[in-house]
Ligand binder design. Structure first.
Ligand SMILES: [Zn+2]
Length: 129
């Protein structure tokens, strides 16, 4: 993957990341919905643990841990797959780093250039690479 990209390309990659994140968070949230449905029917009640604390672990802590794990894995893997990492230091170009990269054309972590058109606002058209 090339080290530099245009501002438009960076915006496109970030939009793709946000779209993907919405899908991944829906996958992460599914156990909450499934358990909510099951707990309002008689299917789950029969194999819930007898104590109230253990019941809370099964109904809340496990789905929450699953959700956190799914989101964490996505935030580790997706920036690399979508080209949202600095080629020099691997810093993720998300959130504040993304905004700074668009504004300054540099990586927030190591100050290496990450934008191939740092002075224009991405309106010069294709550069050929
Ligand atoms: Zn960097």
């Amino acid at each position: 993957m090339s080290a530099l990209c245009t501002r438009d390309e960076l915006r496109r990659r970030f939009k793709a990341y946000e779209r993907q994140r919405a899908i991944v968070s829906a996958i992460g949230f599914t156990p909450f919905l499934v358990i909510y449905v099951l707990v309002h029917t008689r299917y789950l009640r029969s194999w819930l643990p007898p104590s109230h604390e253990a019941e809370l672990v099964v109904l809340i802590a496990l789905p929450a841990a699953w959700f956190a794990m799914v989101m964490l894995v996505h935030s580790w893997l997706a920036p690399g797959l979508l080209g949202l990492r600095c080629a020099q230091c691997g810093h993720r170009l998300l959130g504040r780093s993304y905004a700074d990269a668009l504004e300054t054309g540099q990586c927030n972590g190591c100050r290496a250039p990450v934008i191939s058109d740092p002075t224009s606002a991405g309106t010069q058209g294709p550069s050929g690479t």
